[in-house]
Design a protein around this ligand. Structure first.
Ligand code: FAQ
Length: 329
């Protein structure tokens, strides 16, 4: 059983025999693949872990709109602009599903969001890098949404029902995002030498952050062991990172671009690609607020929140005005 097996990272997982009856019954339901729903009893730490992961995921979707929004006014054609606008709106929608899923755990969306604005909550490291050229929009769809899909497909089988169900639709939309990114890269890679060079530069810059986005190596991942025992996470960070690399290298070759890492080589014995060292110092700097765009991203979200105050006030006034009719109905 998972609860007895998993022991990675810096945490160890309580064994089934050591659990109180209620917790043991909960773990047995999880082990049997039965979904946990909002009104079911759950250990406080399971609830806390879900709130942490789902809210970080929601914040990532919201902040994640910003790097691509930078190119909305400069998309090369009207069609590209319409596609990009639809993609960015999808990301906002994903944020909304995820905040709703978090709310089923008894937390308030406003509180979670205020933690983000105050710089107290984490969001994905990947969104703290700048989008310097149009090719970056291709690279984000291809590599960032590509990484997100590898991570999120297993989340469709997460033990917590509302999170798992939200992920089903998110993954369908992410799949469109990944394809539109790859299509931009294909067009550039088959274009003029300057366009191909732009695609190569974007690949070189986004490759390593896309690998790091899967989280710290397993032996440094504080939460993995327990999250896997609870079947919130179905695979470790390193497993998903390797899966992403294995599926993406042939796509780089298809595009005719150079590999962004000289150590990327197929390892026949492992049945996987070997790859070079990820810069974990850079990763933790970015996670701790010291990445190239952290301050800019939070300032943009704060500005949007402040400028939306009148909308929230109007909605509240409208709701108050109609409350008596609604109560009567
Ligand atoms: N960035 O113990 P672990 C997207 C933190 S959505 C920042 O391994 P865990 C769609 C972690 O929170 C992208 N922090 O943690 C899109 C923990 O800190 P804490 C977001 C990170 O939770 C595309 C500490 O390090 N996806 O891209 C990162 O077991 C394009 C130790 O790590 C999700 O959120 C990181 N990369 O595993 C949108 C998916 N990695 O909280 C717009 C759901 C780790 O203890 C445009 N989340 N940390 O203080 C997950 O699957 C997991 O939370 C992991 C991390 C795998 C991200």
């Amino acid at each position: 059983m998972y609860a007895q097996m998993v022991e990675t990272g810096s945490t160890s997982v309580k064994k089934l025999e050591a659990m109180e009856p209620q917790e043991r019954a909960f773990q047995e339901r999880v082990d049997a693949g039965i979904k946990i729903e909002p009104r079911d009893w759950m250990p406080a730490a399971y609830r806390k872990t879900l709130v942490r992961q789902i809210s970080q995921h929601a914040h990532s979707e919201y902040v994640g709109m910003l790097p691509e929004a930078n190119w909305l006014t400069r998309a090369p054609t009207l069609k590209r602009k319409a596609i990009l606008m639809a993609k960015i709106q999808d990301e906002a929608g994903h944020g909304l599903y995820l905040y709703s899923a978090a709310e089923t755990l008894g937390v308030a969306r406003d509180d979670l969001y205020q933690d983000l604005l105050a710089g107290k909550a984490k969001y994905s490291s990947i969104f703290n890098y700048p989008t310097l050229s149009w090719a970056d929009i291709g690279a984000i769809g291809w590599l960032v949404d590509g990484s997100a899909i590898v991570n999120q497909i297993p989340l469709c089988r997460c033990s917590y029902g509302p999170y798992a169900r939200a992920m089903v639709r998110v993954c369908k939309e992410e799949s469109f995002h990944q394809r539109q990114g790859f299509e931009i890269m294909t067009t550039l890679a088959r274009g003029t030498p300057e366009q191909k060079a732009m695609a190569q530069d974007a690949l070189n810059r986004w490759w390593w952050p896309s690998l790091a986005m899967h989280g710290p190596a397993d032996d440094k991942s504080a939460n993995s062991a327990q999250s896997m025992a609870w079947k919130i996470k179905r695979h470790s960070n390193d497993e998903l990172r390797q899966r992403f690399i294995d599926q993406t290298v042939p796509q780089i070759e298809f595009l005719g671009l150079d590999l962004p890492d000289p150590d990327l080589k197929w390892n026949e014995a492992r049945g996987h690609y070997d790859f070079g060292q990820i810069d974990w110092v850079e990763f933790f700097n970015v996670v701790n607020g010291k990445g190239p765009c952290n301050a800019e991203r939070l300032a943009a979200r704060k500005k949007a929140w402040d400028e939306g105050a009148w909308v929230r006030e109007a909605l509240n006034a409208h709701a108050l005005k109609h409350a008596p009719q609604q109560a009567a109905a």
